[in-house]
Design a protein around this ligand. Sequence first.
Ligand code: AMP
Ligand code: MG
Length: 405
Amino acid sequence: MPIFEESRQIILDQVTPLGVERVDLLSALGRVLAEDVIAPWDMPRYDHSAMDGFAVRSADCAGEGAALRIIGCIAAGGSASTPVVTGCAVRIMTGAPVPGDCDAVVPLEQTEQVEGSVKILAPVQLWQHVRFQGEDVPIGDKVLMAGAVIQSPEIGMLAFFGKAVVQVYRKARVAVLSTGDELMELGEPPLVGRIINSNAFYLAAAIREVGAEPIILSIARDNRDSHREKILEGLKADALITSAGVSTGDWDFVLDVLSELGVRPIVAKGDGRAGGPKAFGMMGETPVFSLPGKPVSTMITFEEIVRPALLKMMGHHRVTRPRFKATLREDASKKPDKIKYLRVRIELENGRYFASTAGDQSTSMLRTMIRANAIAVLPKGRSVVAAGEEVDVHLIRGDAAMLEK
Ligand code: AMP
Ligand code: MG
């Protein structure tokens, strides 16, 4: 099994949905519904006209050029005041209720009005242009099921049925902790030998993109006390993500301090799962993801491992992005005993997906992450996968990145 899949599964087995809350309708956008929603009334609520025209009794319109006496007008939101007896018609607007004694609507353009009467110029079918009460959603029907991801159509449907407040899964509050003496805060003048804490901003943005709430902690410096203080703060959130400080360097304290604080290790450094997080542990119900420091590795590990876990915590069932096949544009060489995760750009051309390499695959090449929108998984047992071959790919960005070339 590819390494990412394996660590992802182990971690997904540990995390659980956070719980639910009631929020006003628009705040539910992007969240997962935590209740079944039953139609409290029929939709449409009453038989109504689909056209501007005349409500008629179809039997009255059998002859050619039948003329009917106009007895009134029903506006949208109005109702019929006088019965429509035989030989009569009533002017009706789109959406207005069709009177009980009418059984068809004749569109305005198929009529001609002369002195208080209307001439019907086209044949009339029983029930034409009438929309029936409950034909879209009958009362008592399940409109949306718990587990649905709420996007704009769901908001529209919920509003239609008067749901001003809905029950949804909670947003995860996710603490982000960067570690290292070399780090500077964004906005400070760049000094030689120092680097800006870009990981915190990447992580905060990626956390927002999944619909969670980032909390950026101030940088933990390379000493135990600083790590202890910040990690304790981070453990108050629903999840903690640390970046860097998990190599074997003399100044790498993250794992030591996590263990000292009682975080239960689940995936440990050096257990052969390179490609997953450097480490993953649980502090009670709170997951702690220890990511590598190199920005490319941070991004890929977030995308492959942390994102699915956060989505599960927020009630999502579908936690990975679309996977499909694409044709390689260039030869890719690799070590035969390992799976290779190639950062690629997918493009759609004549209805087929093509994958071209995003550039030098070294993890120090951050620009590849701007070009890449997917990962191609090149199987074990091969030293070259040739241009023209089909490979498994999965997106690492929203579907919007899939552009026609
Ligand atoms: P470390 O795991 O602490 O040895 O860090 C590995 C690499 O990642 C080093 O080159 C760091 O400079 C870089 N790095 C660590 N933390 C960050 C961060 N917050 N933002 C950007 N790069 C970082
Ligand atoms: Mg460091």
